[in-house]
Write a protein that binds this ligand. Structure first.
Ligand SMILES: [Zn+2]
Length: 330
């Protein structure tokens, strides 16, 4: 190791290469680059729940070729940064049906010598409503990991826990991992990570379930957080941090423990929990300013969590990403 470096970016990048390269463990490549200057006003005036349906417009009007072009653009952006494994959610639901996942498989074939691609099904319409459930069942057979968004069914029907059961049953029966969006709203009324841990243990899926975000964890008391980390260890639950996706958490007047709107990697890693890194949405309705830049995500996470632990930063962006995607270490 050199005694000084120009910037940590080059040092960390070199160490990441030694550990098999960057891993982007979570994205929505099918909707990447769909934001335009004309549409950005909608981003300002909508909350996440509204955006889940706003993207219907993009999904309804996208052909397999449109989806394929966006996958190619996203994949090439990853390859250009030295990403060697890329996990992305793909919408499979009553609006876009199977067009996005057909395009995803086409792109995977084209880039198979350049990058490892893993797909999970995004369930923006939930898994309870019958047509949404039909597309969930179809989609599950076309992906590598079951993907989920239980808050959609909690919001629409008050049935978030049942949605977790459906996701975990499916992943278990197919013998694959399950990636679930949890605790996204930076609000102490959310306990989805804990609920997912309980469900993971109930279904005997320890070590095969991954949470995405976990932002609300930081809004709970220290006592709650550390009990949760204990439960996460028991469930062998891993977590993917996507810093740009929630650093825009909106201003609130609620009083809560002071924290940045980030996955608490600074607490989770010393507690033995695997934390990986993802870009999440790239330049779309959800996160217009995300450029899909892994270094930006990693530096934001480390700075925002006050966790400039270089070896751990390297692991977050490389080997931990392989773990959450179910890949062997290099
Ligand atoms: Zn996501």
């Amino acid at each position: 190791m050199k005694s000084h470096v120009c910037s940590f970016k080059t040092y960390i990048r070199d160490e990441i290469i030694k550990k098999g390269g960057w891993v982007n463990a979570h994205a929505h490549a099918d909707r990447a680059f769909t934001m335009t200057p004309e549409k950005i006003g909608i981003y300002h005036s909508s909350n996440l729940q509204q955006k889940w349906d706003l993207v219907d417009e993009v999904k309804r009007t996208s052909s397999v070729d449109d989806y394929y072009a966006r996958f190619c653009q996203s994949i090439e952006l990853m390859i250009s940064q030295g990403v060697t494994a890329f996990g992305t959610f793909v919408d499979i639901d009553p609006i876009c049906e199977d067009r996005a996942i057909i395009a995803a498989h086409k792109a995977r074939e084209v880039y198979k010598h350049d990058i490892i691609l893993k797909f999970a099904n995004q369930t923006l319409k939930g898994v309870i409503e019958p047509t949404a459930r039909k597309w969930f069942d179809i989609g599950a057979e076309m992906v590598d990991m079951i993907g989920g968004l239980p808050y959609r069914d909690e919001l629409d029907y008050g049935r978030g826990l049942e949605a977790m059961d459906i996701l975990l049953d499916k992943a278990k029966s197919l013998g694959i991992m399950c990636h679930v969006h949890v605790d996204q709203f930076n609000n102490p009324s959310e306990k989805e990570t804990e609920q997912l841990c309980d469900k993971t243990i109930e279904h005997g899926m320890e070590g095969r379930v991954v949470g995405i975000h976990g932002i609300s964890i930081g809004s709970h008391s220290k006592e709650y957080r550390y009990k949760l980390y204990e439960k996460m260890r028991k469930a062998k639950m891993m977590m993917i941090a996507c810093p740009m996706a929630w650093i825009d958490s909106n201003r609130k007047e609620d009083l809560m423990p002071f924290h940045n709107a980030l996955t608490p990697a600074d607490e989770m890693i010393p507690e033995g929990i695997t934390v990986a890194l993802g870009t999440d949405n790239i330049c779309d309705y959800m996160v217009p300013l995300c450029e899909g830049d892994l270094w930006q995500e990693l530096s934001l996470l480390a700075a925002g969590c006050r966790f400039p632990h270089l070896d751990e930063m390297v692991n977050i962006a490389s080997i931990n990403g392989r773990k959450v995607l179910g890949l062997e270490p290099i």
